[in-house]
Design a protein around this ligand. Structure first.
Ligand SMILES: Cc1cc2nc3c(=O)[nH]c(=O)nc-3n(C[C@H](O)[C@H](O)[C@H](O)COP(=O)(O)OP(=O)(O)OC[C@H]3O[C@@H](n4cnc5c(N)ncnc54)[C@H](O)[C@@H]3O)c2cc1C
Length: 466
């Protein structure tokens, strides 16, 4: 099919959940637009979207005011509504973040305050006895309960979105890798399968996003996350998700457990450098991917600062006994024999040349191309809200050939790292619908009052619209 040329108003690169949600959003806004999604793999949703924990995050962890915080809550509501409309099962089976000992309580209090500022609904502070009424198998000195956290199969969402895009007249082409983007509008997408000319392009290329965008100072560093499946009587007693208090020095969430929508209980994922971006065997090596990491100074700066965490993650990766001990801190009785190796996924984590992980979602545009440069967890939860940001017509109209930052990070990555030279620290994002911020909840109400909270009877809401 070499040489076939299709004209499109909007071309989306990548048929993961973000690309498909974006195409669907464009078609909902402009039903007459010619929209094409191109995906290099033979099937849709096979990378991050098909290899994740499936947690519908409620917005507990994210810096208040960040895109993650804003889009997670809105996106969760939207994806739940979408799931109900399309008959995709999801389960609000709740989450406990547990302080295993007194030393972890201050960290849990900080997290509770942050979650309250983010407006996470239904939060409860539980003491050692109360937490066992939510998760009878768990132990700890205190816990934060988020009853609205849920689980879903994001791949099923992806399939439904692809169906909607096609039904609305859009095209989803698999086996269509894009090697080059050229021109400032129209843009030519070229690859071995042919060329497409589009008025504007939205690139949601996940683990390949830096390569497609040609960024040098923001690079994707792939982090592998491997799961264990929990078996045996302890697994049967897990009701929802159980997380530790996260180490604030480290961006990943620590050893946690999730009862998934299919009923399995997964422990993990851990986080360790991957030597291949898109392969799902533990020690797979793709020479180009490994060399790219080795040549990127930012990675070595990051590694030097995180040696202890890397050692811990490595030990958890190779030793089931060590992993079982970590789980047993808040789930007594778990033994190595209860853990069985499960699947793995690879996170597309953007990192800057000074060795900082880009914490927040990041979108940038160059001419008529919008690039999603950083969309780690909770981007699947946020995907419907996130797609509105990337599909904003304002972000696709510029004729300029230079980078414009359209989604500033929440102060965690350096100004120098932004590909947009005109970006000023603290400048407002320019391509997001500017909504009036929700009124900051009354500080007294926003802070969880540990004396007044009561354990609500556990609501097991199987919210599937079948
Ligand atoms: C281990 C792990 C656990 C996670 N857990 C959760 C969770 O519980 N909850 C949550 O909300 N989020 C979670 N996430 C994050 C979530 O999975 C991702 O944020 C989300 O899937 C990103 O979607 P995407 O469409 O951007 O990327 P992807 O799903 O990776 O899709 C990108 C697509 O672009 C295609 N592509 C790339 N380059 C090209 C090219 N040149 N031409 C054509 N096509 C191209 C790829 O083949 C791919 O299909 C997790 C992620 C991982 C890895």
């Amino acid at each position: 099919m070499r040489g076939i040329s299709i004209d499109a108003d909007v071309a989306v690169v990548g048929a993961g959940i973000l690309g498909l949600a974006t195409a669907w959003t464009v078609l909902q806004r402009r039903p007459d637009a010619a929209v094409v999604v191109v995906e290099k793999e033979p099937a849709i949703g096979v990378h991050q979207t098909g290899h994740n924990s499936g947690v519908l995050h409620a917005g507990i962890y994210y810096a208040p005011g960040s895109l993650k915080a804003r889009l997670c809550r809105a996106g969760k509501e939207q994806i739940e509504r979408y799931a109900r409309d399309r008959g995709i099962p999801y389960d609000a089976n709740g989450k406990l973040v547990i302080a295993a000992d007194d030393d972890e309580v201050p960290g849990l209090e900080r997290l509770a305050e942050r979650a309250a500022r983010n407006g996470v609904p239904g939060l409860r502070w539980l003491d050692a006895n109360e937490l066992t009424t939510v998760e009878p198998a768990a132990r700890g000195v205190a816990a934060l309960h988020s009853p609205s956290t849920g689980v879903i199969d994001f791949r099923a969402v992806c399939d439904a979105l692809a169906g909607d895009v096609r039904a609305a007249g859009g095209t989803v082409r698999t086996g269509w890798p894009v090697d080059r983007l050229s021109g400032n509008g129209p843009v030519v997408l070229a690859g071995p399968a042919g060329a497409i000319t589009a008025r504007s392009v939205i690139a949601c290329a996940g683990l390949q996003s830096d390569r497609l965008a040609g960024t040098r100072d923001v690079r994707i560093v792939p982090f592998r996350g491997s799961w264990y499946r929990l078996r045996g009587p302890v697994a049967d007693r897990i009701r929802g998700s159980i997380y530790p208090v996260p180490d604030p020095r480290y961006p990943f969430l620590g050893v946690h457990l999730t009862r998934r929508i299919d009923g399995e209980v997964w422990a993990g994922p851990n986080a360790f450098l991957a030597f291949a971006r898109e392969r799902y065997r533990r020690w797979a090596v793709a020479p180009r991917d490994a060399v790219d990491v080795a040549r990127f100074g930012g990675f070595w700066r990051f590694a030097a600062r995180n040696l202890a965490a890397a050692r811990r993650e490595f030990v958890h990766d190779v030793s089931r006994h060590a992993y079982a001990r970590a789980v047993a801190r808040y789930l007594p009785g778990v033994r190595a024999a209860d853990l069985e190796r499960g699947p793995m996924g690879v996170r597309a984590q953007a990192m800057t040349s000074d060795g900082s992980m880009v914490d927040d979602f990041r979108i940038a545009r160059r001419g008529a191309v919008v690039h999603v440069l950083n969309a780690p967890s909770p981007a699947a939860t946020s995907s419907r809200a996130r797609s509105r940001a990337s599909a904003s017509p304002r972000s696709t109209r510029s004729a300029s050939g230079s980078w414009r930052c359209t989604g500033t990070a929440s102060g965690t990555s350096s100004r120098a790292s932004c590909p947009d030279r005109a970006c000023r620290s603290g400048s407002p994002p320019i391509s997001f619908p500017q909504r009036r911020p929700r009124a900051e909840p009354n500080r007294r109400r926003a802070t969880i009052d540990r004396r007044k909270t009561r354990v609500a009877p556990r609501r097991r809401t199987r919210t599937a619209a079948r």
